[in-house]
Design a protein around this ligand. Sequence first.
Ligand SMILES: Cc1cc2nc3c(=O)[nH]c(=O)nc-3n(C[C@H](O)[C@H](O)[C@H](O)COP(=O)(O)OP(=O)(O)OC[C@H]3O[C@@H](n4cnc5c(N)ncnc54)[C@H](O)[C@@H]3O)c2cc1C
Length: 409
Amino acid sequence: MRHYKVIVIGGGPSGITCGYYLKQRGLDYLIIEKEEMLHTWKNERWDSFYLVTPNWMTHLPGLENEIPYNNEYMSKSEILGILERYQKLVNPVYVENTVIQEIVLEGSVYKVYTNKGDYCCDHIIVASGMYSEPFIPKVSEKIPAEVNQMHSSDYKNPCQMTPGNVVVVGSGWSGVQIALELKKALQNEVYLSIGSLSPLPVVYKNVHGVYWLNRLSGYANVNPILNYKKEDFTNPNILHKMGQNMVECQKNGVHLVGRLLDREGNKLIFNDNIRSVFKEADKYIDTAKQKIDSLIEKEHITTGGNEFDLRLDRVDLDAIMPLAELDIHAHHITNIIWSTGFRRNYSYIKRPIFDENGLPLLIDGVATTENITFCGLELEVDRNIRSAFGVGLYAINESSKRAVDYIKL
Ligand SMILES: Cc1cc2nc3c(=O)[nH]c(=O)nc-3n(C[C@H](O)[C@H](O)[C@H](O)COP(=O)(O)OP(=O)(O)OC[C@H]3O[C@@H](n4cnc5c(N)ncnc54)[C@H](O)[C@@H]3O)c2cc1C
């Protein structure tokens, strides 16, 4: 059984960044990736995807000079190009398409059993991301077989739709963008099912909202904050990306409906509370703003005013017709896209380091009671502020460095 000082689970941006720091510390390591390296960015984004975070918020140690420091957004091919370039630069030691069956501790050594041979190590870094397994609610099992169903991670473009209308379930960034793209491309009926909303201001105190989300998740300020300026709002790249929002969905005729609850006979049953869902969103965003304001005060952060502050979820409530049911046949519902997120699965790690929900018990955000550290997760979980994509590219550097620094060998 080949022995390494450290085994890193997951060959995404976090795993590769861990490789960067492990090499710097001269630690002998192996990354084990269950698919191919950078799998999520190669295979789980749709063709017209653009990052939701502006360029200045992507931090990859060693590659800083190659990422523009501006408020524009990278397309799928641009960010993938950067990440592939990063992989080349770090040149990590890895195995791909290798599925870990079980990790156990024997004495002070972890034994890692995989479908392609076994390894052992003194320390494990779990870098498998926030999104390891697509989640589809159970109601999907009740949908008639003739309806084309897919998870958003399998969605690539409108050509995958069968003729007819579409229900997109889930209204995070992915659901909104996919619904808008389908409406514009197919000119058919598109329904966006919204269970609850936890919107961030897109721009708050003239800075991108995800910057504040990362700070509220416990991450440090890694760069001078880049404020928005007037020219940004005439920049076609920025306008294009900001144009992918809930208000635009409504303007283009996407039907905004409540949570998909069930299927009864030919009917999809929705919660008809959609107007109150939007009203609740106002309360949520107020809480988020208060938390950001407290952070600004506590850390004496200099902000650039608020003239460009922006919310893109303020729809016309009077124009929404609450819908309680939709007849699958009468309304030609032929496609359902489940943009319902992901779940994490650590069940192969046979160690008592998880809570009753199977999530890691963390100390200082990264470490457990054993020689196992996690990266790519929030450091502080604020129950009032739900993070839309965990750590993101902004904090990967800090998160990976913490996970490696913790190793005491
Ligand atoms: C649709 C979508 C859009 C996003 N857009 C943005 C954005 O605009 N800006 C931003 O900052 N962030 C965005 N994110 C968040 C994004 O996930 C992170 O920025 C980044 O990819 C996290 O890197 P990671 O390496 O921690 O996780 P991942 O990219 O998820 O990589 C984890 C890797 O681990 C592998 N893996 C999982 N389980 C195992 C296992 N058991 N054994 C071995 N390997 C395993 C996976 O195959 C994967 O390759 C988005 C996420 C999604 C889902």
